[in-house]
Write a protein that binds this ligand. Structure first.
Ligand code: NDP
Length: 429
């Protein structure tokens, strides 16, 4: 799309939004209709993706708007069941674009494979022996998956660690070989698992130990994406709150999360509210991204915030995020689920590195949306108003009744299923 700023999108009908999308992206009307109206994920495809299939499970797919990232416009598909997330991300993206947009970057896409070796007669000698064979082990790993080397990636380095060396350790001593692999645009689980399984017998021979686990690590701390935004206080004015008050409230909220795991978990859940929907919409493995992100939030020894918020010398609010992003634009379900392909086309994403950067920017936006609301009016006002339609549906409303009941719930300031049930009964009479 030329611009991610689409005024009035919120008030359009679903049909109008789809028409706009059809005009904006390189999909024919029939292709889009097939994806939306007919079966987006056919039962035959689903039956080949996992085991014991009985159906498919759908989620709402919305568009996060207003994102300007490194000067490029992004309309961002988000698959999520929770009300107010898409609205909040779009609201913050609108503020950030007025301040120049998000700045992002990513490291090379180096993923880690692990081989566990136990029972070595001498662990130090075994470690040294592996390091002596570094080049041949890397070559052997690449020989097991030559296509990734042809794509400009492949195994590049290895490291050896000895765990539980202390004599009082309650766990047995073991040696762990890490192989570092550039997986290009793939998340790389299958690439890496193939490599570590293929070199395991040689590792056993060299170390004279016994190999047990051979698998990728989801702690992808060499495959990082970062995003940053700088917002002048005047752009943060909210109701009766001055921009400085909002800025300081956000910084205090961050400091709370940075010092207390009880708060950090909720703070980070809000960040994942932005990240997971894009990971899911692009067909990626959200458990892998979740696991890596939470582990990274503990890298300083205790669980903390995934973001930082501070004030710069010009009194601006500065937000930053850095997270591992083990995901791809190829492989896994990204090219199997039709909506995943559609999502990548809507964003006009060209590489996994670019996708990772977009996703962390959405996480940062989502975090600011939550902190700004929490530091001012609280989240219930906005959240419950948007949640009211789900409450009406849960109480048995359908069709035009949904909006009528939802409005009554907001008017009466009682957004509860019990109240909604009463209103549904009254409406039916
Ligand atoms: P795939 O094996 O499905 O796909 C990767 C392949 O795509 C590459 O080997 C390559 O094959 C091809 N390819 C095409 N274009 C490119 C490109 N530009 N860059 C890189 N590769 C390209 O996927 P992954 O290895 O990424 O594995 C991801 C899947 O593994 C996910 O579904 C995940 O859920 C699952 N998984 C996750 C685990 C975990 O997280 N612990 C464990 C096990 C599985 P070629 O060169 O031959 O064309």
């Amino acid at each position: 799309m030329k611009s991610s700023r689409i005024p009035g999108f919120y008030n359009m009908s679903v049909e109008q939004r789809r028409d706009l999308l059809k005009k904006a992206i390189d999909f024919s009307s029939e292709e889009l209709d097939d994806l939306y109206i007919n079966e987006p994920l056919s039962i035959d495809t689903a039956d080949k993706m996992i085991e014991n299939v009985i159906g498919t499970f759908q989620l709402p797919l919305g568009l996060g708007l207003n994102f300007l990232i490194n000067g490029k416009e992004y309309v961002i598909p988000m698959a999520i069941e929770e009300a107010s997330v898409v609205a909040s991300a779009s609201h913050i993206a609108k503020i950030v674009r007025s301040a120049g947009g998000f700045q992002t970057e990513a490291t090379e896409r180096v993923m880690i494979g692990q081989i566990q070796v136990v029972g070595c007669p001498d662990f130090q000698l075994a470690k040294q022996a592996l390091l002596n064979e570094k080049e041949s082990l890397i070559n052997a790993a690449n020989a097991a998956y030559p296509s990734i080397v042809n794509r400009g990636g492949g195994a590049e380095d290895l490291e050896v660690r000895i765990l539980n060396e202390e004599s009082d350790s309650k766990y047995g001593q073991m040696l762990v070989l890490h192989i570092y692999v550039d997986t290009r645009d793939a998340m790389g689980a299958n690439i890496i698992n193939t490599m570590v399984e293929s070199i395991a017998p040689v590792v056993e021979e060299i170390t004279e130990g016994k190999v047990y686990l051979r698998i990728l690590s989801n702690y992808a701390d060499k495959c990082l994406a970062r995003a940053r935004c700088v917002i002048p206080p005047e752009m943060l004015i909210t109701g009766d709150y001055s921009g400085e008050e909002v800025r300081d409230g956000v910084i205090h909220a961050y400091e709370f999360a940075a010092s207390d795991p009880y708060r950090a978990v909720t703070h980070n859940k809000g960040i994942m509210n932005g990240i997971d929907p894009v990971v899911i919409a692009t067909g990626n493995d959200w458990r892998a991204v979740e696991a890596g992100a939470h582990a990274y939030a503990s890298r300083h020894g205790s669980y903390g915030s995934m973001t930082t918020w501070s004030k710069d010398e010009n009194e601006n609010l500065v937000g930053e995020i850095e997270l591992p992003m083990s995901l791809g634009t190829v492989g896994g379900a990204t090219r199997v689920h039709p909506l995943a392909g559609l999502s990548l086309s809507i964003m006009n994403i060209e590489s996994a590195k670019e996708l990772a950067q977009v996703i962390v920017a959405v996480g940062l936006a989502q975090n600011l949306g939550a902190l700004k609301a929490l530091a001012t009016d609280g989240i219930q006002k906005g959240h419950m108003a948007l949640h009211s339609r789900s409450v009406a549906i849960a109480a048995g409303a359908s069709g035009e009744m949904i909006d009528i009941i939802a409005e009554k719930l907001i008017e009466q300031k009682q957004i509860r299923v019990g109240k909604a049930k009463e209103l549904v009964e009254q409406y039916k009479k």
